[in-house]
Every structure is written in structure tokens, then in C-alpha cells.
Design a protein around this ligand. Structure first.
Ligand SMILES: Nc1ncnc2c1ncn2[C@@H]1O[C@H](COP(=O)(O)OP(=O)(O)OP(=O)(O)O)[C@@H](O)[C@H]1O
Ligand SMILES: [Mg+2]
Length: 301
């Protein structure tokens, strides 16, 4: 942050100062709650998606009373890839975790606003976080297969946990998911081997297969290739193009080239705010905000 401030002089400093000021947390806020806000903020991005699959409205999130997301408004197009970019600590992971209600699981974490999945408010009192997470798969930065399970069982685990007992059906879904994750050809003769015996890139595709087995509508990927070599990364990138034929993908990435290659829409975040959102080619070629331009051209990170 200091380096950033030093490297920036002129009007943009004002923007940064504005963004840096931490709003007061709500007083007497109960922990681990998410309340609907009547305050419908103006869309920061000014860019709207028609019939979005997911609509984040006036979302704010706190950790221990400290604001981490400030009035985020973002719409996600169905069967497209949306990339979240921005420097470390700007709130990308927090936004993903709010979207699938994992934020609820963090002690002393609160949020307010609205997140609509189709027309369904995922923070409605009636909504079941477990069902929400089933509709939205998540893949993390570090591949995390279940260490004691075989390749097959890693993919089947969620189904079994959800009470699916039909062995033929489980087998069918496991095979389909491994194919969907572009891993089938590499593992079809080794399904009984431990998941952790695979390479890092294969393990990450195994985790994608595990997520696909639950037949999610949205796949949330938090820096899925940052721990992988370029070849393994490019396999995951190719896979994303296939995946979006069937589902909606939101990917967090620090890699500008990757965002430009794989995504249809890009959202640039900075210090908890959504600074700019739009079609990826436009955002990269003609950024509307100077802060976006500076970030994508590598002037800070
Ligand atoms: N469990 C937590 N407890 C307290 N503060 C947290 C927690 N998780 C995140 N934060 C804070 O919230 C802000 C946003 O963090 P977040 O992890 O969402 O950033 P990020 O954009 O994903 O960063 P990175 O690119 O480094 O992964 C940061 O200031 C961070 O310190
Ligand atoms: Mg993160």
C-alpha cells in the first residue's frame, strides 16, 4: 500500500484515499448473520447483464467489524466465465465466499445485501446453505483431494454424502465428471489409486471433477492455477472453455493474461470495492478508470 501510494501522484490519490477509508461497522451487529438491505446502491460498474444467473446487490461484508467488501454490485452472465481480478487483499475470496455462503462459516464475519441466484435470494431466511453450496461448486487455490480416498471415491464422495446409493448411477456420474474435467483419459485405468498420487495439475482437475459430480449451476474457482506449472494451467484454461457450455464460471485470478484468455467478463476490485466491470476485451483494451488501467498494465499489484 505504501509503495502504491508513493508511486501514485495526482488525482488518483484522492480515489485511493477515498477507497482506503474504512466505513464504521454497523453497531451491535450480531455475528454470523446476513441481513437484507433496503439500500439498493447504484451499480458501481454501470454495466448491466440482461437476465443474470447471479446478481450481487449492495453487498457489504465485515470481519470482526472491519469492512472488507464495500457495496458490491455485480451481475454474472449464465454459461460465461467471469473473472475477478485485483491486488492481494482486495476482497476477491471474500466475495466468492459470500456467494456460496461460506462467509457465514467464518467466526465474527457478517454481511448485508442481497445475492440472487436466478430469482432466489440465497440469504433468505428459508434458504439452506447446504443446498446453496450444492448449486455452487468451489475449487480452491491449492488442490485438496481427500487424502485417504481413491480417485473414484474422491469424485463419488459428495454423492454418497448426499445419500445416493445406486452404484450404477454413482459410477456413471463419476465417469462423466472425470470426462467433464478432462481427466478421464489419464486416470481411467487407475481409479482405485489414491487421489493424492496424481500430479498437482491432475489433482486440481480431480477437484473440478469432484465439484462437477454435484452437478452445480455455478463453479467458483479461487486462483485454481496459481499452484500449477504452465502446461497444467493451460489444461485448466482449456477446460474452462468446455465447462462454460454447461455451467457458469467465476474465476479469481492474479494472472492478467489468464483473465484475458479465459473470461468473457472481468470485474476489477480494489480495497474492497468493485472499481470496474465489463466485457473482458473492453476492460483490457479500453479501461474506463485510471486505476483499472494502472493495474492491468502492471503499474501496481
Ligand atoms: N478470516 C478472516 N478474518 C479476518 N480478516 C479477513 C479474513 N479473511 C479475509 N480477511 C480480510 O479481508 C480482506 C479481503 O481478503 P480476501 O482474502 O478476500 O482478499 P483477496 O482479494 O482474496 O486476496 P488474495 O489475492 O491475497 O487472495 C483483507 O483485508 C483480509 O485481511
Ligand atoms: Mg484470495
Amino acid at each position: 500500500m505504501d509503495n502504491l501510494n508513493n508511486s501514485l501522484n495526482h488525482p488518483i490519490n484522492e480515489e485511493i484515499n477515498r477507497l482506503s477509508s474504512i466505513d464504521s461497522p454497523p453497531k451491535n451487529e450480531p455475528v454470523n448473520t446476513f441481513r437484507n438491505s433496503s439500500h439498493e446502491g447504484e451499480f458501481t460498474s454501470k454495466f448491466r447483464i440482461e437476465n443474470p444467473k447471479l446478481s450481487v446487490q449492495s453487498l457489504r461484508a465485515w470481519f470482526n467489524g472491519k469492512l472488507a467488501l464495500k457495496d458490491i454490485n455485480l451481475e454474472v452472465k449464465e454459461k460465461r466465465v467471469t473473472a475477478l481480478i485485483g491486488p492481494s487483499g482486495c476482497g476477491k475470496t471474500t466475495l466468492l465466499r459470500c456467494i456460496n455462503r461460506m462467509h457465514d462459516l467464518t467466526p465474527n464475519a457478517t454481511a448485508e445485501g442481497k445475492i440472487l441466484l436466478d430469482d432466489f435470494d440465497i440469504y433468505d431466511k428459508q434458504s439452506d446453505p447446504v443446498l446453496i453450496r450444492r448449486r455452487m461448486g468451489m475449487v480452491f487455490q491449492k488442490p485438496n483431494p481427500f487424502p485417504t480416498m481413491s480417485i473414484f471415491d474422491n469424485v463419488a464422495a459428495g454423492l454418497k454424502l448426499n445419500g445416493v446409493k445406486d452404484k450404477t448411477l454413482i459410477k456413471e456420474i463419476v465417469y462423466d465428471s472425470l470426462q467433464g474435467a478432462a481427466l478421464w483419459n489419464e486416470v481411467k485405468n487407475d481409479l482405485d489409486k489414491p487421489g493424492i498420487s496424481l500430479s498437482g495439475g491432475q489433482q486440481q482437475r480431480l477437484c473440478i471433477a469432484r465439484a462437477l459430480a454435484m452437478q452445480p449451476e455455478i463453479l467458483l474457482m479461487d486462483e485454481p492455477t496459481s499452484a500449477l506449472d504452465p502446461i497444467a494451467s493451460s489444461k485448466i484454461e482449456e477446460l474452462m472453455t468446455e465447462l462454460k457450455k454447461h455451467l457458469t464460471v467465476i474465476i479469481v485470478t492474479h494472472n492478467m493474461q489468464q483473465a484475458a484468455r479465459v473470461s468473457d467478463y472481468t470485474a476489477f476490485m480494489y480495497l474492497g470495492e468493485l472499481i470496474e466491470f465489463g466485457p473482458t476485451d473492453q476492460l483490457f483494451k479500453y479501461p474506463k478508470k485510471e486505476l483499472t488501467e494502472r493495474y492491468i498494465s502492471g503499474k501496481f499489484g
